[in-house]
Design a protein around this ligand. Structure first.
Ligand code: SF4
Length: 213
């Protein structure tokens, strides 16, 4: 039986946050995460309790269980044909995409002329063939992937101090305000932290402001 990839949803949009904020991208959201089941009844006992993403199942737009070539065809079809750019850009996210991404998929995406960005919680090792690695550490989890291009910390998190990541091997360090009822206060906390510690930059979830996916 050929491997099938479980996809929650996939669509063409702008990357909303972090280094590539504002860049058009195909989003490929894989189902499932190793830090929460995705079910509300399990949230209080999950390692990661503040998730605001629906990654459960395969019922979103373009969701489903895909064999490799069908998955490549689907994401390719989402990129605008008239694009003057030779390089397509795909953001693999989740859930935790490293539960499913393998070298075959990476190679097939490269053959289809995609530059591959990954948004991971860092608890699983990431192949170096990925073009852009963004790790977003979650308190209470064990981070394996301590290098990459972008470290994006949702802040504040209970018991998580940004200084503990500063000697990790990343090119960019972002603080992103924790969403929810305290967003305004959390934004002020992040803003002040970045101003005092200029190694860190502020990441705003612009897709929520723009009201796009
Ligand atoms: S690690 Fe990411 S996808 Fe998984 S539960 Fe936390 S925020 Fe959600």
């Amino acid at each position: 039986m050929p491997k099938k990839y479980a996809v929650k949803e996939s669509f063409y949009t702008l990357q909303g946050e972090g280094f590539h904020s504002g860049r058009p991208a195909v989003f490929l959201r894989f189902s499932g995460c190793n830090l929460w089941s995705g079910l509300e009844k399990d949230r209080t006992t999950a390692i990661c309790k503040f998730c605001d993403t629906d990654f459960w199942g395969t019922d979103g737009i373009n969701g489903g269980k895909y064999e490799l070539q069908n998955l490549i065809s689907m994401v390719t079809s989402l990129w605008p044909e008239e694009s003057f750019s030779a390089k397509k850009f795909i953001v693999c996210t989740g859930g935790e995409p490293m539960l499913q991404i393998d070298l075959e998929l990476i190679s097939a995406l490269h053959q289809a002329n995609f530059e591959i960005a990954l948004e991971t919680n860092g608890t699983l090792a990431v192949p170096e063939e990925i073009d852009w690695i963004c790790v977003s550490p979650k308190g209470g989890s064990q981070i394996i992937q301590r290098s990459g291009h972008e470290l994006k910390l949702v802040h504040p998190q209970n018991g998580v101090d940004p200084t503990e990541f500063e000697d990790w091997d990343f090119n960019h360090f972002y603080l992103q305000p924790m969403d929810g009822p305290l967003l305004e206060k959390n934004t002020a906390i992040c803003l002040e932290y970045c101003m005092k510690n200029p190694r860190w930059k502020l990441s705003i979830q612009t897709h929520k402001i723009l009201n796009i996916q």
